[in-house]
Design a protein around this ligand. Structure first.
Ligand code: PMP
Ligand code: GLN
Length: 383
């Protein structure tokens, strides 16, 4: 029998699946893979039931239902003063993951270089490699997880095609400052790059942090793909409904890929998410309060256990330094925790290509019920 394709030969099982499997095997508290262990809002689940009852049982238009594209357009306008035309500029995808894949496939030719800021969300590099491109990492250095303009410059070459930025940032919980984004904008414009701005955690902000979509900056709208997902905003990761927003020419290229990857997205969920987005203004404050309480509870617990790090201002992750506890690598320590302490986490070295800084950290997901967080802290006592 012939071999399967070379393009996947170097891939490994995703760290999220690996850690969730280990959590099940060891009956460990799972603070690894990023998803809430509680359901999304009851009112939105009811809306989804109604949508199924009403029909919506056939294929949606391939670029997404008009209702959802209109609501996406309307929230970008009201929250960020960004104008995305629902007909030409918005494509609904199977979560942000498919949005990233379709965008990268639409933009990257074999040999093209894509600058990624590490630690990165793992699907970026896999998608770049499947397109035949090369991921060029720039390391975000702890404790602020910053990059400098000269580090970005050192990564640029005549083959640079794109830069991918994630804000708020998984796994560090960093919310990028406006001045830092201005530096990235200068760099992207100077090298005439396409830009993916992965903003799936756009509403997971704490302590008054502000989210600045990259497309808002002068010279950025025309080059930026803004990607987000209802999975994070409504705490319903299983609904897998996301979107890519970009001007018509860029969106057209994404749609050409999307039509052959998935064609269209689950119709009743699109209808439900559209109604959900209509209630953002009432919903977001309670959503942020819920997650802020979880962050504070878990952060207090970890600091009492002797972990020392700045409180993250966004996302539902904490990137926790482990060097005052162990000299083991993140992978060794994560294995010890899941087997002996019955707590599953993610070893962040999976999110780096170049630096080994990730070996001195563990990523914890705090999108969990208080009883789950309490059980994890109890298991970690005496470390
Ligand atoms: N980007 C980042 C930074 C993520 O953490 C995730 C994870 N869930 C995604 C994209 C993918 O989102 P979705 O579940 O909507 O595919
Ligand atoms: N984004 C989630 C995380 O970072 C998980 C996504 C996935 O499992 N593919 O943990």
């Amino acid at each position: 029998m012939k071999n399967t394709a070379q393009r996947v030969a170097g891939f490994k099982d995703s760290i999220f699946g690996v850690m969730s499997k280990l959590a099940r095997e060891h009956q460990a508290v799972n603070l690894g893979q990023g998803f809430p262990d509680f359901d999304g809002p009851e009112w939105l689940k009811k809306i989804a039931e109604t949508k199924i009852d009403q029909g919506h049982g056939q294929y949606a238009p391939f670029m997404g239902t008009p209702s959802l594209r209109m609501m996406v357009s309307s929230y970008y306008k009201s929250y960020y003063q960004l104008d995305y035309n629902f007909e030409s500029d918005i494509t609904i995808t199977v979560g942000a993951t498919e949005g990233l894949f379709s965008t990268i496939t639409a933009c990257v030719d074999p040999g093209d270089e894509v600058i990624v800021l590490e630690p990165f969300y793992d699907s970026y590099v896999a998608s770049i490699e499947m397109a035949g491109g090369k991921a060029v990492p720039v390391t975000m250095h702890a404790p602020t997880f910053s990059v400098t303009e000269s580090e970005l410059e050192a990564a640029a070459s005549p083959r640079s095609k794109m830069i991918i930025v994630n804000n708020p940032h998984n796994p560090t919980g960093k919310v990028w400052e406006k001045t830092e984004l201005e530096m990235i904008v200068r760099f992207a414009i100077k090298h005439d790059l396409l830009v993916i701005s992965d903003e799936v955690y756009e509403f997971l902000l704490f302590d008054g942090a502000t989210h600045y979509p990259l497309a808002q900056f002068p010279g950025m709208m025309e080059r930026t793909f803004t990607i987000s997902s209802a999975g994070k905003t409504f705490g319903l990761t299983g609904w897998k409904t996301g979107w890519v927003c970009a001007p018509p020419k860029l969106s057209h290229a994404v749609r050409l890929v999307h039509q052959y990857v998935t064609f269209s997205v689950n119709t009743p969920m699109q209808e439900a998410v559209a109604d959900g987005l209509g209630k953002l203004l009432e919903y977001i404050p309670t959503f942020q309060k819920t997650y802020c309480e979880k962050r504070d509870y878990f952060y207090d617990g970890l600091t009492k256990l002797g972990f020392e790090f700045p409180k993250p201002k966004g996302t539902y992750f904490m990137m926790v330094p482990i060097r005052n506890k162990t000299q083991k690598t993140d992978v060794e320590f994560a294995m010890e925790l899941v087997e002996k302490r019955k707590v599953a986490v993610v070893p962040p070295s999976a999110f780096y290509l170049k630096s080994n800084e990730g070996q001195a950290y563990l990523r914890f997901c705090f999108a969990k019920k208080e009883e789950t967080l309490k059980a994890a802290l109890k298991n970690l006592q005496g470390l």
